[in-house]
Design a protein around this ligand. Structure first.
Ligand SMILES: [Zn+2]
Length: 164
């Protein structure tokens, strides 16, 4: 008889209810959920505004303060998504990209939705604006970006609303 290990596998589904904390970044998610504000973090030494926010400046290693950034920004790079996880499959195709919000020094990776999703709509340099879910949970999916010229159409849909 061989001593070679052979794993016995059983196919099953495990459902786990759990909670996790956003730790020091909780304020970002709470302000997003309650007040539709997008907060960055400003370094107390160099003044760089990080988006997404960081507890400490990654350049100076000193604490950063919360600051509100604009809900408009510019696409730095983007792509159209055709393959994704079950959480986003109903949105396919959609775009995702790095967006430099006005007032921030770094770019945020976030979804970009368009009613006419063609590459020219989401190319580098295009202006976008944040649209919020009406039912927010304090998650990154509480908001997404749309081309500025589609903003009024998106916030007129029953499940979404505008920010500031
Ligand atoms: Zn700094």
């Amino acid at each position: 008889m061989s001593n070679e290990f052979q794993a016995h596998e059983i196919r099953d589904i495990i459902k786990i209810n759990y909670k996790y904390t956003m730790g020091g970044q909780s304020k970002f998610f709470l302000e997003l959920m309650k007040n539709k504000k997008i907060l960055g973090a400003k370094c107390t030494k160099c003044g760089k505004i990080w988006m997404p926010p960081r507890i400490n400046c990654s350049d100076c290693f000193v604490p950063a303060d919360w600051v509100e950034v604009k809900q408009t920004g510019t696409i730095e790079v983007s792509t159209i998504v055709w393959f994704t996880t079950s959480a986003f499959i109903k949105n396919i195709p959609y775009a995702t990209g790095y967006i430099k919000l006005d007032g921030a020094d770094t770019a945020l990776l976030q979804g970009i939705f368009s009613e006419n999703l063609v590459p020219s709509k989401i190319k580098k340099g295009k202006r976008v604006r944040a649209v919020f879910q009406k039912d927010r949970e304090g998650k990154m999916t509480d908001f997404f970006f749309v081309p500025e010229d589609e903003y009024l159409n998106w916030i007129s849909k029953p499940e979404y609303e505008g920010g500031d």
